[in-house]
Ligand binder design. Structure first.
Ligand SMILES: [Zn+2]
Length: 234
């Protein structure tokens, strides 16, 4: 079980602008790189380290697609362009894959008339999970959640944190050996800016999709749940 807080350097972008330091381009966000020269050079100038890494170098780059049309995305640094529909986001402080064109979303749901909402509510397991997780605690405590993830995903996998906020759940998930990507509508700590109603990920890409205290912020949670299902490899 390894501790790999690979996103730590990227999170620093929330507290500092992205100055052009050419020597940092193309560097990975590994802990080794972050602890080395760049951080110290920035510290000497009273700045936090900002790692300017191309999105194409991220582990999840092959999973990405255009949020407007589902087409192939081309990346240049943190700028993104769709090869099919003209979607384009210029280089900014964060990789921005929020959709540009509102579009109707067609979904299909199976409704079982014999099952009442009351029965569905009664079927929800409200018992506390077996608290098996004893790793580091993030800003928002998630010991129960991580215990459930250990149960359903015992081997290292790819995890999407949808609505990651401060990106604090990267700490326990990477401690458990998972690859983590956090997206958010507005948080400057996120790996990507994205919209839960038009996710920029291909189907069947993640072993687990995590969403912590997000439902109440959505315009249409049903679309979000439908898109959740599409992302799962299970
Ligand atoms: Zn497109």
């Amino acid at each position: 079980m390894g501790v790999g807080i690979s996103g730590g350097g990227y999170t620093d972008t929330q507290t500092a602008p992205a100055p052009e330091f050419p020597e940092m381009r193309g560097m990975g966000c590994s802990g080794a790189g972050h602890r080395g020269g760049p951080s110290q050079r920035y510290a000497r100038h009273g700045l936090k380290a900002v790692l300017v890494e191309s999105i194409a170098d991220k582990w999840f780059s092959d999973y990405l697609m255009c949020p407007d049309c589902g087409g192939e995305l081309l990346f240049d640094g943190r700028a993104a362009r769709c090869a099919d529909c003209g979607f384009q986001r210029v280089d900014g402080a964060l990789v921005d894959l929020r959709p540009l064109r509102p579009a109707p979303r067609q979904i299909s749901l199976t409704v079982v008339p014999a099952v009442s909402p009351e029965n569905r509510l009664n079927a929800i397991d409200t018992e506390q999970p077996n608290m098996s997780y004893d790793g580091p605690s993030p800003l928002r405590s998630s010991r129960g959640l991580m215990s459930e993830i250990c149960r359903y995903l015992p081997e290292p996998g790819d995890v999407l944190d949808l609505g990651c906020g401060p990106r604090d759940q990267a700490i326990p998930l990477e401690y458990l050996g998972h690859r983590y990507v956090g997206i958010d509508r507005a948080s400057s700590a996120a790996d990507l800016l994205a919209d839960a109603h038009a996710l920029p990920f291909r189907s069947a890409t993640f072993d687990c999709v995590l969403s912590y205290a997000v439902l109440e912020h959505l315009h249409n949670p049903i679309i979000r749940f439908w898109r959740f299902g599409r992302l799962s490899r299970c």
